[in-house]
Write a protein that binds this ligand. Sequence first.
Ligand code: NAD
Length: 297
Amino acid sequence: MVIKKVGVIGCGLMGHGIVQVAAGGGSTVVALESEQRFLDAGLARIDKSLSKLAEKEVEKGKQTAENAKAWVAAVRGRISGTLDRKALADCDLVVEAIVEDLPTKLSLFKELGSICKPSTILASNTSSFPIAEMAEASGRPERVVGLHFFNPVQLMKLVEVVRTPKTSDEVFAAARAFGESCGKTPVACKDTPGFVVNRLLVPYMAQALSMLERGDASKEDIDAAMQLGCGYPMGPITLTDYVGLDTTLSIIQGWVKRFPSEPAFAVPRILEQKVKEGKLGRKSGEGFYKWEGDKKA
Ligand SMILES: NC(=O)c1ccc[n+]([C@@H]2O[C@H](COP(=O)([O-])OP(=O)(O)OC[C@H]3O[C@@H](n4cnc5c(N)ncnc54)[C@H](O)[C@@H]3O)[C@@H](O)[C@H]2O)c1
């Protein structure tokens, strides 16, 4: 099965990036949003990102200004926007990248199951919910996969391709090939909490916060230790601020609820406390560190 037309639902932080890399890979893409202002904002982000990428290519001498301009026009020409879900009916693949709320996602998958042609593959970019639940809601579980991209989508090279016990081999292979067409390296994973990356990363962040809570080491030293000792680009406390304390907390709380006997899933009290205080990390200006925009104050 070859994927030529792609629908992306949600043109926010992740969705606009998925629209862009899919169009960059040659697919025709329809971006669906809930409101015109969000659609306009998502498309404007894509325009900005494409211009920046083209500029860099010219600066590095990889492309002439004329070719870069033609490339931007060609990619942009494959993208259209809509507020009408029915526009997704004839897509070969639809990728959902809406808000991380399970009931909202389940009702969307139910609707997609009735709107889209029978062969359409449905995918979710969820970070924490079981793909199988969305698959059942769609009424076509064999045609549902997880396609978990990473932020920022335009730059991060990985996509996790998640299969449930019911995902067909044909659908899985097509989703994997689509990930490659977006310029990503796909890794295969079963439908497990956090897939590969977050299953390892989130408990690691939680362990670092528990260490801080016990007073074993300062936040600066924990971060420096993991940067210098392991070569990580940022330490776990800074990373938590970066991801968002509320997001991190809601992922761990969801896992604790679903898997109460798994010892790796535990909510650090210090994290709950900070969220209660409205200290959500970089996005609120303060988490474990103080922030000025993208930089630590
Ligand atoms: N932010 C990350 O780093 C990251 C990384 C990997 C995966 N994810 C997952 O990607 C998904 C999207 O996250 P995000 O950070 O891009 O969120 P976001 O809030 O930036 O974007 C979500 C967009 O979806 C739109 N939307 C909401 N409901 C809709 C609906 N019913 N129909 C159409 N559009 C709708 C919103 O208007 C918004 O623009 C979530 O499932 C999240 O878990 C996020």
